[in-house]
Design a protein around this ligand. Structure first.
Ligand SMILES: Cc1cc2nc3c(=O)[nH]c(=O)nc-3n(C[C@H](O)[C@H](O)[C@H](O)COP(=O)(O)OP(=O)(O)OC[C@H]3O[C@@H](n4cnc5c(N)ncnc54)[C@H](O)[C@@H]3O)c2cc1C
Length: 598
């Protein structure tokens, strides 16, 4: 049976000590989540994750969801009750503004707890996760009446949400979308078409399901310019605003898939269903992006979460499993063999995962704080800088954290040897579950294209220049500090590689867009390494300061940070050179063969 312990101490270290959480107490919601309240919320979130959600992870994997003959879907045993606890605990509305029934607390706190819950049970957490995205779109693009109609019940968790983009012939390229919307003449529309792969499209956990559906209004232009977003409820509302007659939307089937079996992935059929335009006509993509940006950060978090839980299980196994002797002589002479944690190659795996998870957590929380600043600061300049950061980091967090999340699930499985391949240990589930995060919310290749094709050049490269400046200044400020030298040296080298790669893209990507496409995935990972390396620089600096000023009994914790950060700089950071070397060969060889030659 897999184990999971929420890394609360680590979250608190990142938030309070590294990112200076208290500095943001002037932002709305932050004073209500003062450091002691923050600690209490994390402890509660940890309890729910460890005691309620985690034990259901394997149940969900083994039972899966079942579509019944009447089109209803039954979720795995215990899911509804766990969701009820989530709902009753007020977790759904944690970061939703108070005027819409939420608690108005920082998104940062929501993200911190979100990591624990996704690590405990990714499939279960997708039901509220999709609802969060739908609420975000309604909050930003909905009329006052729409907000009043739909949000309170969603915030309560009585109704859940979905996002419906994908159609059989149309995934990445939404311009191909065919679902159509015909005006009823009273402001509402009849929505028809088929959507596939819709997460949480049908289930038994809420009283209503609020589908956000992309469709084309009759006569709208071809391509992405003619797409609009609609609210389509499973049950139409009666005169008092309660679920009434069934709308013409149904689940045709559920997919049999590789992982996240506890989440229903549905084919959704819309047969002249009642729908309500959300935002402007033909402005659907923009509205959907509100939802997708939030969702992309959430998916990045899933990558980190699975990496963390898989790592924890690998550590436990490596301490317990005895096999062979240490290369430097027995470490457990009383036993017939040493625990496998003595072997350097097992250490390589554990350290790689540990170094990534801790920096990944810091990167997610740093980005989440920027999200709060972007939405809550009263200072226009601060808001803009934070928004730039978010835009730049969204594809990096999504693409890098999920690629690595899967890689680390496999790495953790490898620690188990053959036992990792056997379902009983749960490692196979982590591998299968982590895989989807690389695909949905825009496959990772598309995230990389978003980074090089859109985000780098936006506003004359303002966001990327600000990032370079911040990391460069950090290296410069610590240049004379001998203790920091092992860390800043690697970080500076990584930053130089990233700047060289950016220059290469500017010079070669415009002239031949295939060069930009061919460079994109390497560039995204190079960017991720520098961002994670910068997080390590800051964590190490904080740990050193703490050790210098009296660690209050936490010396081991800070010493461990220094070693783990050093491992990252020695063993992970050098990959920036390989990425730079690869991407600067351009696209010529990659594109040389004709399609027939493959
Ligand atoms: C379990 C699961 C849950 C999902 N949940 C939802 C959901 O809730 N709502 C929803 O709307 N959708 C959902 N999806 C759909 C998912 O978002 C899409 O599968 C994904 O966006 C990719 O689309 P596609 O499968 O059609 O692949 P395609 O678009 O056909 O892409 C195939 C490959 O080509 C690459 N590619 C495509 N275009 C380009 C390009 N221009 N440049 C470079 N590479 C390119 C892609 O990166 C990918 O690797 C889900 C899918 C799954 C499997």
């Amino acid at each position: 049976m897999p184990i999971f312990r929420a890394p609360v101490q680590d979250t608190l270290f990142v938030l309070n000590d590294v990112l200076g959480y208290e500095r943001y107490s002037n932002l709305a919601g932050f004073s209500d989540a003062s450091p002691d309240v923050l600690e209490a919320i994390l402890a509660e979130g940890a309890k729910l994750s460890e005691n309620v959600m985690h034990p259901l992870n394997r149940v969900g994997d083994m039972e899966g969801c079942v579509r019944n003959d009447d089109g209803s879907v039954t979720t795995p045993k215990g899911f509804k009750e766990a969701f009820d606890q989530y709902r009753e605990g007020g977790w759904m509305g944690l970061a939703v503004p108070v005027e819409h029934g939420g608690q108005g607390l920082p998104y940062t706190v929501h993200s911190a707890v979100g990591e624990y819950m996704s690590a405990a049970n990714m499939a279960l957490m997708m039901y509220p996760g999709l609802t969060q995205g739908a609420m975000a779109a309604i909050l930003v693009h909905g009329s006052d009446e729409q907000k009043a109609t739909w949000l309170p019940k969603m915030v309560e968790g009585a109704w859940t949400g979905t996002m419906n983009l994908t159609e059989p012939h149309c995934g990445t390229d939404l311009g191909l979308l065919r679902s159509k919307a015909v005006p009823n003449g009273d402001g509402s529309y009849k929505i028809s078409g088929q959507k596939i792969f819709i997460s949480a499209g049908e289930h038994d956990m809420s009283d209503n399901i609020i589908h956000l559906v992309l469709a084309r209004i009759e006569g709208a232009p071809e391509g992405v310019k003619g797409i609009s977003l609609f609210i389509v409820p499973k049950f139409n509302l009666d005169a008092s605003g309660n679920p009434g007659a069934r709308n013409a939307v149904s689940c045709g089937s559920i997919e049999e898939k590789m992982g996240i079996h506890g989440n229903s992935t549905c084919v959704m059929n819309y047969d002249e269903a009642n729908g309500f335009l959300l935002g402007e006509a033909n402005g659907g993509l923009k509205a959907m992006f509100t939802m997708m940006n939030e969702a992309r950060l959430g998916v990045g978090l899933q990558g980190l979460a699975v990496s963390e839980v898989a790592y924890q299980n690998a550590v436990a196994y490596a301490k317990d499993r005895i096999q062979g002797r240490s290369l430097t002589g027995p470490k457990a002479p009383d036993k017939k063999a040493d625990p496998i944690i003595v072997h350097p190659d097992i250490r390589r795996k554990l350290m790689t995962m540990k170094a990534f998870n801790e920096a990944g957590r810091a990167l997610v929380l740093w980005t989440a704080i920027n999200s709060d600043v972007a939405h809550r600061s009263e200072d226009g300049g601060e808001r803009q800088a934070a928004d730039d950061h978010m835009g730049l980091m969204t594809p990096v967090v999504k693409g890098v954290l999920t690629d690595k999340g899967f890689e680390h699930a496999v790495m953790a499985q490898q620690v188990f040897g053959g036992h990792g391949y056997i379902e009983e240990h749960g490692m196979s589930q982590f591998v299968r579950d982590a895989r989807i995060a690389m695909i949905y919310e825009g496959a990772n290749g598309v995230q990389a294209l978003d980074l090089v094709g859109r985000k780098l050049g936006l506003n004359g490269g303002r966001a990327v220049q600000a990032f370079f400046k911040e990391v460069g200044e950090f290296c410069e400020a610590n240049r004379g500090d001998e203790q920091m030298a092992p860390y800043t040296k690697g970080l500076k080298k990584g930053l130089n590689d990233l700047q060289a790669a950016t220059m290469w893209l500017v010079q070669n990507g415009m002239a031949n867009p295939d060069n930009a496409g061919a460079a994109s995935t390497d560039y995204m990972h190079l960017f991720g390494l520098v961002a994670l390396g910068y997080m390590w620089g800051r964590m190490v600096k904080t740990a050193q300061d703490k050790l210098a000023t009296g660690a209050n009994g936490s010396a081991d914790f800070y010493e461990t940070k220094l070693v783990t950060g050093r491992y990252f700089m020695e063993r992970v950071m050098p990959e920036t050179s390989a990425h730079l070397a690869r991407l600067s060969t351009g696209s010529a060889t990659m594109m040389a063969l004709s399609a027939e030659a493959f």
